[in-house]
Ligand binder design. Structure first.
Ligand code: B12
Ligand code: SF4
Ligand code: SF4
Length: 360
């Protein structure tokens, strides 16, 4: 069997729904897109591929021996399950993060790399790595097409796939890019709760809830209500995407919903152990607590006042600020009493400003 066929068989047997090959030549159009996103602020200060577009769009910059890329798409739905209907005091996790869904993809690509090495070649696995824009490789290798949501859509699975590559010095004949497009569909644009998809194929990450919930700092007040009951990630533009409907329908509800009260009572070590695959700065639990406080403000009602009042006295001013905002969302005399105390006693001007705004 030819090397390409053996790679394809390995990936298909491992559960990949798409694979293809492309050269390791640079992606000049994508480099321009990245630079444009950084210059306009649309990259929201995210590091990853944005930090050094010249490197992330040129496999040869990191791997001077690179000749080809073998690219694969692994579905994570229906395994991910679905969070099911919202219920007070709970938060949902986007399907890509209900467990470490990258693991089977990494394992499949690891097997491909091992095959290439055994055949006398060099090979390295790249998944969610700053040295390659995964979607650009997938589009050029014909694994899927670039959707208006910016996600790569794969026939049969739609957007519900994770992408990765093996970079190698083996000469693997390229597969053709897909001719398919989104056609007349534009469903993801209005489905986005914050209007982050500002034009087909253009995302403003400053407004994308997926970016907001994994970034450091205070959650911008203008998107806190839109956070709704999301703890981590956002699936709205994927759920709206018709090519993913069949897979989504097979995802059983009941996975990916978290008890917010339990999360807010947990110590740092339990939070790190409970969500080891979440990408939040330095794996600090405070970012998950911040997100949980916003969820409680959006969904908790009067039952949340006790926990929110406790957090309004937390030593971390960032958490106090979000607790105070959440108290303002609870139409309750006890919440207003706590807010009054905060306006008079909190040493942090930002927290006091939140309390004043919450009372207004
Ligand atoms: C930064 C990042 C984010 C940021 C910014 C996302 C963005 N749209 O740019 C944030 C935090 C918002 C994010 C969110 C999500 N992400 Co993310 N993220 C990344 C990361 C690390 C880099 C993406 C990047 O470089 N973007 C810059 C722009 C320029 O490129 P792009 O959108 O990725 O790709 C497009 C362009 O290259 C363009 N293009 C390619 N060739 C050409 C040629 C021409 C001529 C033109 C005009 C354009 C063009 O088409 C591509 C597809 O639309 C990648 C991993 C990686 N190393 O690549 C994962 C990745 C993109 N994320 C992924 C996932 C799963 C998500 C979420 C679904 C998670 C969630 N449920 O919350 C959301 C989806 C939000 C959305 N609508 O995109 C998957 C996407 C899988 C897929 N099917 O597409 C990736 C590939 C991780 C992985 N290895 O699987 N993500
Ligand atoms: S992930 Fe959510 S916030 Fe981000 S573009 Fe998609 S729908 Fe909008
Ligand atoms: S919702 Fe429609 S327009 Fe958006 S990515 Fe999916 S198919 Fe394309």
């Amino acid at each position: 069997m030819e090397l390409r066929e053996r790679i394809g068989k390995l990936l298909t047997d491992a559960g990949c729904v798409g694979f293809g090959f492309t050269t390791a030549e640079p992606f000049p159009e994508v480099r321009v897109r990245l630079a444009d996103a950084v210059a306009s602020g649309r990259s929201a200060g995210l590091p990853f591929t944005f930090r050094d577009p010249a490197t992330s769009t040129d496999p040869g910059a990191s791997f001077p021996w690179a000749t080809s890329l073998a690219v694969a798409a692994m579905p994570y739905v229906p395994d991910s399950g679905s969070p099911g209907p919202a219920s007070p005091g709970t938060a949902r996790i986007a399907r890509f993060a209900t467990s470490d869904h990258y693991r089977p993809l990494r394992a499949a690509l690891g097997a491909v790399a091992a095959l290439l090495v055994a055949a006398g070649h060099r090979a390295e696995v790249l998944v969610d790595d700053a040295r390659l824009v995964d979607r650009a490789a997938a589009v050029r290798a014909g694994v899927g097409w670039a959707g208006s949501s910016t996600l790569v859509l794969v026939p049969g699975a739609g957007p519900w796939v994770l992408l990765g590559s093996v970079v190698t010095d083996a000469a693997l004949a390229p597969t053709e890019a897909m001719r398919r497009t989104c056609g007349t569909c534009t469903a993801c644009l209005p489905a986005c709760p914050t209007g982050a998809i500002i034009a087909p194929g253009v995302l403003d990450a400053r407004r994308c809830l997926s970016a907001v919930l994994q970034s450091p700092g205070w959650i911008p007040s203008e998107v806190r209500v839109a956070v709704g009951d999301r703890l981590y990630g956002c699936d709205d533009c994927l759920e709206a995407c018709p090519p993913g409907d069949r897979l989504l329908a097979a995802a059983v509800p009941g996975k990916g919903r978290v008890d917010v009260y339990r999360l807010l009572a947990a110590d740092d070590r339990s939070l790190r152990a409970g969500y080891p695959h979440f990408f939040v700065p330095r794996h600090e639990g405070r970012w998950l607590r911040r997100n949980a406080l916003v969820v409680l403000g959006n969904t908790g009602g009067g039952d949340a006042v006790g926990v929110l009042a406790g957090y309004a006295a937390h030593p971390d001013p960032m958490l106090r600020g979000h607790a105070v905002w959440a108290l303002g969302r609870v139409a309750d005399a006890r919440a207003r009493a706590v807010l009054g105390v905060v306006t008079r006693t909190d040493p942090e001007p930002d927290v006091v400003a939140e309390a004043v705004a919450a009372l207004a």
